[in-house]
Write a protein that binds this ligand. Structure first.
Ligand SMILES: [Zn+2]
Ligand SMILES: [Zn+2]
Ligand SMILES: [Zn+2]
Length: 258
């Protein structure tokens, strides 16, 4: 399995517009963070997790040739804002693309994008063609082709959102706590990607301290922090992390043994 970090930034991206802090002014490319999304290649299947507002740029940079399915964690704008760009893959593949969603995302998408999900007569260049396929956050699993995907229920403030486990890899962005029942689904991981917004506590995200507490409980062989804000200078913050932990960076490719 090959996981490409398309973006590891928080909802504003890094640098923030008009911020003059050291990280936002940094020239290190590892301090430039597009909005959070990953691309997973496994058994000839190409999966996109979330469609960020930066998706066009991310798809060009990673040279994503095709998308068999999209997994959506939740309907916040930084995770679905690039959905119009899926059109390009409809054209390339000459097909509708399935998107797997839990109940919150299933409710929100038609409200946010009525022209995609309840279109009238379409003229001109067309619209994204996406087939919504619901799953339950507590379902044991669902399948994309033969590939088993285990939903991981997460608390994101007062909302329930999805993480995903595929084989020994799990992606848990946007969470403020992880229910016990979900921690049980995360045993024996090789690689964990976990929310880590900033240094201080936040209502809807994990701080570094809380992320480290969870990552130590989960005990993956390697943990990468994502959804990072401008608190983290890549070099300085990486140096301070305990072993088996690292900050993700845009463009990073992580190989996961099955
Ligand atoms: Zn987010
Ligand atoms: Zn800044
Ligand atoms: Zn969110």
């Amino acid at each position: 399995m090959r996981v490409t970090v398309l973006g590891c930034g928080t909802s504003t991206g890094v640098p923030l517009i008009h911020c003059s802090c050291k990280v936002c002014r940094s020239r290190n490319p590892k301090n430039k963070r597009l909005r959070a999304s990953i691309w997973i290649q496994v058994d000839a299947i190409s999966l996109l997790v979330d469609v960020s507002p930066d998706f066009r740029q991310q798809a060009l940079r990673a040279r994503i040739p095709s998308i068999h399915a999209i997994l959506l964690t939740h309907p916040h704008a930084d995770h679905i804002g690039g959905i119009d760009e899926i059109r390009s893959y409809n054209f390339i593949q000459n097909s509708t693309i399935p998107a797997y969603v839990h109940d919150w995302t299933l409710r929100e998408l038609p409200v946010r994008f009525p022209y995609i999900f309840s279109p009238g007569k379409v003229e001109g260049g067309g619209i994204a063609k996406i087939d919504l396929r619901p799953f339950g956050l507590r379902d044991p699993d669902f399948r994309v082709g033969d590939l088993k995907i285990i939903p991981i229920e997460l608390d994101h403030g007062s909302k329930k959102v999805a993480g995903f486990r595929i084989g020994n890899f799990a992606y848990l962005t946007d969470c403020s706590s992880i229910p016990e029942s979900s921690l049980e689904r995360l045993r024996g991981l090789s690689v964990l990607m976990l929310d880590c917004l900033r240094l201080t506590d936040h209502d809807t995200h994990l701080s570094l301290e809380r992320s480290l507490n969870y990552s130590n409980r989960i005990g993956a062989k390697r943990t990468f922090f994502t959804h990072l804000g401008h608190d983290f200078d890549f070099v300085a913050a990486s140096r301070a992390l305990p072993e088996k932990h690292a900050l993700a960076y845009d463009g990073q490719v992580i190989h996961v043994s099955k």
